[in-house]
Design a protein around this ligand. Structure first.
Ligand SMILES: NC(=O)c1ccc[n+]([C@@H]2O[C@H](COP(=O)([O-])OP(=O)(O)OC[C@H]3O[C@@H](n4cnc5c(N)ncnc54)[C@H](OP(=O)(O)O)[C@@H]3O)[C@@H](O)[C@H]2O)c1
Length: 264
């Protein structure tokens, strides 16, 4: 017997995306707007609204949980409720052996990539408790959560924390109808990948793999990844369900089919 209320069985109407000014966040904002959702968008600088979208766009540093809470309040005041919350904002740096890392930069990464996701998840979970209908929480994770890439200790540790936090909040908020997703987006063609490839072999020994994927044209377009996340996590018809008694869906976005591969 499923004790979960029909989480967002109705089509979602309002979504928040953090780090929505460029890269995957901007593609998610565009995809959500294309489905007619109203948006709350933030980044360190206020992101532009996708053309034609009804959006609240604000400069919010996700490391500042109180600022995130005020931002959520503004979005609710404007649109009445938030149905979907995507914690997408993250930074990659510092890259290199942990023994050589600037500890202030390590603390800053954790504040953005982990504390920021905890704060966004907390703000959204608290909101979902205030009204019926559940909600969808998407926390953008990474393959680095499970693969110990040398040179990425702070980033990998933060993303592993994101996976666990998503699982736990999904369990805690099941009765409130929260559906939680930890989504590793694959290797996506964004500015973050430009910075991945710019590392040296010494600071990031796996850099050759990412340069090869780029040379082979195998980076996923952000719009393709955003559409996949919409179809499999956000929209009720195709939404994945947690396995067994898991609190969250942990999923990696597949590579787009290569041109000429024929129908799947
Ligand atoms: N690209 C990949 O291959 C890949 C692979 C695995 C996982 N990911 C994950 O996918 C997500 C999106 O990455 P991306 O590739 O699109 O990265 P990106 O191109 O570097 O964009 C990152 C976004 O995060 C925002 N941001 C950074 N720090 C912030 C802060 N303190 N407060 C608010 N916003 C902040 C940035 O906006 P502002 O500069 O305006 O603040 C920007 O919009 C991240 O969670 C990343 O870890 C990406």
């Amino acid at each position: 017997m499923d004790d979960v209320p029909p989480a967002g069985a109705a089509a979602p109407r309002t979504a928040v995306v953090t780090g929505a000014g460029r890269g995957l966040g901007a593609a998610l904002a565009t995809a959500l707007a294309g489905r007619g959702l109203a948006l709350g968008l933030c980044g360190r600088t206020a992101p532009p609204a996708p053309p034609g979208a009804d959006a609240v766009c604000r400069a919010v540093d996700v490391a500042d949980g109180r600022a995130l809470g005020r931002f959520a309040g503004e979005v609710v005041a404007r649109f009445g409720r938030i149905d979907v919350w995507v914690n997408n904002a993250a930074v990659l740096e510092p890259v290199g052996p942990l023994a050589e890392a600037d500890l202030d930069a390590v603390a800053r990464l954790v504040a953005v990539d982990l504390t920021g996701v905890l704060a966004g998840s907390a703000v959204f979970a608290a909101h979902v408790r205030t009204r019926p209908g559940g909600g969808v929480l998407v926390n953008v994770s990474s393959g680095a959560a499970g693969t110990p890439y040398e040179g990425w200790a702070p980033y990998g540790a933060a993303k592993a924390g994101v996976e666990q936090a998503t699982e736990i909040v999904g369990r805690e908020e099941r009765a409130a109808g929260l559906r939680a997703f930890a989504v590793a987006p694959g290797v996506v063609d964004t500015a973050m990948q430009d910075r991945v490839r710019a590392a040296s072999d010494r600071t990031f020994p796996a850099v050759g793999r990412f340069r090869r994927l780029h040379a082979e044209g195998r980076l996923s377009p952000p719009s393709w990844v955003a559409d996949w996340i919409l179809e499999h996590c956000v929209l009720p018809a195709g939404r994945l369900r947690p396995e067994g008694d898991a609190g969250a869906v942990h999923v990696r976005v597949p590579e787009p089919p290569s041109p000429g591969a024929g129908p799947a």
